[in-house]
Design a protein around this ligand. Structure first.
Ligand SMILES: [Zn+2]
Length: 407
């Protein structure tokens, strides 16, 4: 029962205390209940039908949780899915959502950087949770760092806006990154004498962005009207043969790990970029610029290069009846990319606004999906982000088919 302020003022201290205890208890029970519902929502993915491209979007836009509150609940639901008893611990107050968020980060760090880089067993995860029960946030952090096999990686990278024009970025760099950073610094020595760290990184990023546009969207130098060649680009082009290119495409990888709203994507995707990926931005910058003939494309999986419509084969719509080829000629890619301004042009069904995301861009057969006979021509293609592409697939093939393809 909701008591008005006036009624509360009439309660004795003891009664107020009792009321606060029972309300806190109810609040924890409701939180545990919400975690169960989030588990079920994630299993069904019904929010796709309502126009939310991710669970995160559903929690933040649909249920009005803050981004941090939504992430904590998603972490808790992820753990509860494997270790159901954590919900009882949330309800009795011995584990908080913050504990579970810390533990989730710990588990993912162990899976990535721990011995054998493999996922921890459920038994080991339970043992970790036992260690943080009833601890304060700070104490739990200390315990987790002490147990971590890669404690230096537990500290997350950080992007902190300082002013509207300036942002501070903190990330961990490995030895390979630093070696290549020094190499790039040397290459830039004539163009930018005494270049600062941010100037060097700015040049590296410029070159990497241009290289990715060329590779994925077939954009040419002459298409980039007004784009000045960066100092790094010219320094690299005039330099000795480049180091061997890394096999994986770091920019695509970093985009692929993003599973959240376009609104928060810039900050969160940055958090997803692992040091090796950051390192290979410079690697790629040094290499792709020199590979004008772009043989690199041959080494890519077709799905990345073609920017597939949402996993058509997996959802049983192979498009076998389509008389048109799925191959998208370079000139068409270029035309679509430049026409759409190099960002997602899908309209968000919830807001009616153009998405505008740069994350995980793909060529989307729109309005007629390729599997339904749509041709690979500019007027039937658009640039779409991974998440908008998924929503388009839900509209075209139904949620069930799309969810099954994601398993
Ligand atoms: Zn989009």
């Amino acid at each position: 029962m909701f008591l008005e302020m006036y009624e509360l003022t009439k309660l004795s201290d003891q009664d107020l205390h009792q009321k606060m205890l029972t309300t806190a208890e109810r609040e924890r029970a409701l939180t545990a209940q919400m975690i169960s519902m989030i588990e079920e929502a994630e299993r069904r993915k019904f929010f796709l039908d309502f126009g939310y491209s991710t669970l995160f979007d559903y929690l933040t836009i649909g249920l009005k949780y803050s981004a941090a509150a939504a992430m904590r609940r998603i972490s808790a639901a992820r753990i509860a899915c494997e270790i159901p008893e954590v919900k009882e611990r949330i309800a009795d107050g011995t584990l908080s959502l913050t504990h579970l968020s810390q533990a989730d980060h710990f588990f993912r760090n162990e899976a990535k950087n721990g011995p054998g880089a493999k996922s921890m067993s459920t038994k080991d995860k339970r043992a970790v949770l036992d260690q943080v029960v009833n601890k304060s946030t700070r104490e739990a952090e200390k315990v987790l760092i002490a147990m971590s096999s890669a404690p230096e990686q537990l500290k997350e990278d950080r992007i902190r806006p300082l002013t509207p024009e300036l942002t501070q970025i903190t990330f961990k760099a490995n030895a390979e990154f630093m070696a290549q950073f020094e190499e790039l610094k040397g290459l830039l020595a004539h163009q930018i004498p005494g270049a600062s760290l941010s100037e060097i990184m700015a040049e590296a990023v410029k070159v990497a962005v241009l290289a990715m546009k060329k590779r994925k969207f077939k954009v040419r130098d002459k298409d980039m009207s007004g784009a000045k060649q960066s100092a790094a680009s010219s320094a690299i082009q005039s330099a000795a043969p480049c180091v061997e290119q890394s096999a994986a495409s770091s920019a695509i990888q970093s985009a692929a790990c993003v599973e959240q709203s376009a609104a928060s994507s810039v900050i969160q995707s940055a958090a997803c970029v692992e040091q090796s990926a950051v390192s290979s931005v410079i690697q790629r910058a040094a290499c792709v610029e020199q590979s004008a003939a772009s043989d690199i494309v041959k080494g890519l999986k077709p799905s990345l290069d073609e920017g597939e419509d949402f996993n058509l084969v997996a959802i049983g719509t192979s498009g076998a009846g389509n008389k048109y080829s799925r191959y998208i000629p370079a000139a068409v890619k270029r035309e679509v990319f430049l026409r759409d301004g190099g960002r997602c042009v899908a309209v968000n069904p919830l807001t009616g606004e153009v998405c505008g995301s740069f994350i995980g861009l793909e060529f989307d057969h729109f309005p007629i999906p390729w599997a339904k006979g749509g041709p690979s021509i500019a007027s039937n293609l658009r640039i779409s982000c991974k998440l908008c592409n998924r929503l388009h697939a839900v509209q075209s093939y139904g949620r069930i088919a799309v969810v099954e393809s994601m398993v």
